[in-house]
Design a protein around this ligand. Structure first.
Ligand code: ADP
Ligand code: MG
Length: 384
């Protein structure tokens, strides 16, 4: 009896070790696959028209049904000197194009692979770029958006990884960049004037925000509390909360630290989910005072984001992270060591056509860059 028990225990232990080893191998293979797909990806999402949309639909078509990577835009009407009216066609190609019928669930299917990478110890940035009203916030932080979905998936995965000897902690913070200043969205603005400060640890390639509240996410539902809290603090901070949120970048930061007692492995990954400020190019002449400053700051930080990604793609030795607060904050999650996904969000309306074209051109510039192979910030404990 005792011998058989020992045998069974030995078999169980062997099976457990195999499981643990398989997880290590899975990580290596999964990352190879992600690198083949590209460490910078650009996808386009066209939102459906809503009851608030009063104008005509723009001429948008999707020529490749199978590959779902192309979008064709009928440009604005042009009148020749002879009075003939014509439209130019503008084709664009990205890693994927999502038509208006696609739901958040399917969008998350693409994102979930990068969430997995963050769990495996990589730094990941996911951006929503586009003009105000194009669907950025709906995609990121609505009830079934990417932020709640990512958090739930991480929570489920962490629970499952326990049987492979991995123990994880998940910590969340939520900040906004407004007029090149960083604000904590999880702390009510009490007027104490405590400034948030970005501290980079160059040896660990980790960023810490001094004075910023971080919340341990111990249950899957705690993310909803964070989102509510952020919304509350926003509306206190600004009389017109919606307007303010479309004039600032918000960054949801999840820090994931995993340790494996059986193998001594440790990994540290960060997932940044970024709802960018509206990309519409307000003419400076139309804006005055505060609005003008806002506009200049938004224009500057969005073009700086494009510049940083482009410099990374060129393999430049100087990357201008410091030119804006946003790229400075995300320094270790952009480039060599990390994975980036940019969603360019598009409104289907004719009145938004010009901004849509500008957005798609910006996204094309990002899509044309390629970033070097990412390495996990994974180390053996005690070593480097
Ligand atoms: P943005 O954050 O880019 O300014 P929003 O996310 O607020 O835009 O979207 C503008 C409007 O369109 C909102 O009323 C939102 O609910 C709606 N909307 C956006 N995307 C979708 C979608 N995929 N399906 C249904 N409604 C959407
Ligand atoms: Mg928004």
């Amino acid at each position: 009896m005792e011998a058989r028990l020992r045998e069974a225990l030995a078999a169980a232990e062997e099976a457990r070790q195999k499981l643990v080893k398989e997880e290590t191998e899975r990580r290596v293979l999964f990352n190879k696959y992600q690198e083949l797909k590209g460490n910078i990806r650009v996808m386009c999402r066209v939102r459906p028209s809503t009851d608030d949309d009063r104008s005509e639909q723009a001429g948008i078509s999707y020529p490749d049904e199978k590959t779902s990577a192309e979008i064709l835009l009928a440009g604005p009407e042009e009148r020749s000197s002879l009075g003939v009216v014509s439209r130019k066609n503008y084709p664009f190609e990205f890693d994927r194009v999502f038509t208006p019928a696609v739901k958040n669930e399917e969008i998350f299917g693409e994102i979930s692979q990068l969430v997995q990478s963050a769990l495996d110890g990589y730094n990941v940035c996911i951006f929503c770029y586009g003009q105000t009203g194009s669907g950025k916030t709906y995609t990121m932080s609505s009830e079934d958006g990417m932020i709640p979905r990512a958090t739930h998936m991480i929570y489920d995965t962490i629970t499952k990884l326990k049987e492979k000897s991995w123990e994880y902690t998940m910590e969340g913070s939520f900040v906004e960049v407004y007029n090149e200043e960083l604000n904590d969205l999880l702390t009510p603005n009490d007027g104490s004037g405590r400034r948030l400060e970005i501290r980079h640890d160059d040896s660990r390639k980790q960023t810490n925000i001094v004075n910023c509240k971080t919340v341990q996410l111990k249950s899957a539902s705690s993310v909803e509390e964070i989102l509510d809290e952020a919304q509350k603090n926003r509306s206190v901070a600004a009389t017109k909360a919606n307007e303010r949120s479309s004039r600032s970048h918000s960054v949801f930061i999840l820090k994931l630290v995993g340790e494996n007692a059986a193998t001594g492995e440790r990994c540290e990954g960060t997932l940044n989910l970024v709802d960018l400020a509206g990309s519409e190019r307000l003419k400076h002449s139309q804006a005055e005072g505060d609005r003008m400053r806002e506009t200049q700051n938004i224009n500057k930080s969005l073009s700086c984001l494009g510049d940083v990604i482009e410099a990374l793609g060129r393999g430049s030795s100087h990357i201008p992270y410091r030119n804006s607060k946003l790229t400075h904050l995300l320094q270790y999650s952009l480039g060599g060591n990390s994975k980036t996904l940019m969603f360019v969000m598009v409104s289907p309306m004719e009145t938004h056509l010009k901004e849509t074209l500008t957005s798609l051109r910006f996204a094309t510039k990002v899509h044309n860059t390629h970033i070097g192979t990412a390495k996990a910030t994974k180390k053996m404990k005690g070593g480097d």
